[in-house]
Design a protein around this ligand. Structure first.
Ligand code: ADP
Length: 330
């Protein structure tokens, strides 16, 4: 086996059953990175507490997400998969890093500004510190690379700055500046064809849906808005159904759908039926694996606990080095 190129870290809030946006924007990438990197994948339940809604059904959502991750191919033999709160050292590092973080910087981050608009009645202290906790997650595991969506880019830049501040203040090189790997598909559109696919907008297609549910959702997808009637020629370049065909349909079929849409040879209904069939085919093995995992949640919990144990070993070492760098009595 060739040596790994470094350590990858990624965390996502326990949002329950994952959708195509999560899969194409994150999970698929997580699975692929396991070949070349030591990967640490974390279900960040503490981060979820910054948003009240996300705390409803937290335990179940944590399981649902773990089922999806594992069924999709995140392999606990290759990677560390765990729940953030099971490694409490991250809370300590968060507090330590908060001392080298200028407050003004946090409130200027675009993600924070968006959040205040989204939840004006719940601008809690934790929300302001969200990126500091993220920086603690990344640096606790001495991560070299963080796969993110473009919207998270400022947070990685922020983490790099925090690392530089810490290392400069304590004249050390204990913390590692992470690089960022922007996901290839940063924005999967929802069934409305306009907004980012998201659970809260109810425009999503869940990976774990049944074949019938998937077909039902796909049939509601908005296509080329200019194509009003079956005999109108369509424009695949502006059609979200076609974007998904490009991912889930064979190259040969994509070519013919492209041509036939433009000359009205194929209608949107048939085009969607094809997409639903291909999605269902693609996710059949995933759904079978998931069904097995769902039958045995205790086993999934063991996987997560074992992941936390392995994560703790790295975390303890980093915290020890941080204490030494600062000059604390251990
Ligand atoms: P979090 O805010 O904790 O990252 P999300 O559920 O919003 O949780 O996203 C989890 C991951 O899935 C992130 O990496 C995010 O970029 C990705 N993701 C979510 N929705 C989409 C989408 N519609 N298109 C592309 N990527 C997405």
């Amino acid at each position: 086996m060739s040596p790994k190129k470094g350590r990858v870290f990624s965390g996502a809030r326990p949002t329950g059953r994952q959708h195509l946006g999560n899969y194409l924007g994150a999970i698929k990438n997580y699975v692929a990175l396991q070949t070349d990197y030591d990967c640490v994948y974390c279900i960040v339940d503490i981060h979820a507490l910054t948003t009240m809604d996300a705390t409803i059904g937290l335990k179940q959502n944590t399981f649902e997400m773990a089922f999806d991750w594992l069924a999709a191919g995140i392999d606990p033999e290759k990677s560390i998969v765990f729940v953030q709160s099971h490694v409490p050292q991250v809370m300590e590092l968060h507090t330590i890093l908060s001392m080298v973080t200028p407050y003004g910087k946090l409130i200027e981050l675009p993600t924070f500004k968006d959040k205040i608009k989204q939840q004006p009645k719940n601008i809690n202290y934790g929300l302001v510190g969200y990126p500091v906790l993220q920086a603690a997650d990344i640096t606790l595991y001495k991560s070299d690379l963080v796969p993110v969506g473009v919207d998270q880019a400022p947070h990685i830049e922020f983490t790099r700055e925090v690392v530089r501040s810490f290392n400069f203040r304590y004249k050390t090189d204990v913390l590692v500046e992470p690089a960022m790997k922007v996901t290839e598909i940063p924005k999967v559109l929802g069934t409305d064809g306009v907004q980012k696919m998201s659970k809260s907008l109810d425009n999503h297609i869940e990976l774990a849906s049944t074949a019938e549910e998937t077909q039902k959702r796909v049939m509601t997808m908005v296509t080329d808005p200019q194509r009003m009637r079956r005999n109108d020629p369509g424009n695949p370049d502006v059609c979200n159904v076609f974007s998904l065909h490009k991912i889930f349909t064979s190259a040969e079929d994509v070519k013919s759908i492209n041509a036939e849409c433009r000359n009205a040879g194929i209608g949107c209904v048939d085009c969607k039926k094809k997409l639903a069939a291909n999605l269902n085919m693609y996710f059949t093995p995933f759904r079978e694996r998931r069904a097995e995992l769902v039958k045995d949640p205790d086993h999934v919990e063991e996987i997560l606990r074992d992941g936390a144990k392995r994560a703790c070993v790295i975390a303890d070492q980093t915290i020890h080095e941080v204490h030494e760098a600062i000059g604390m009595l251990e």
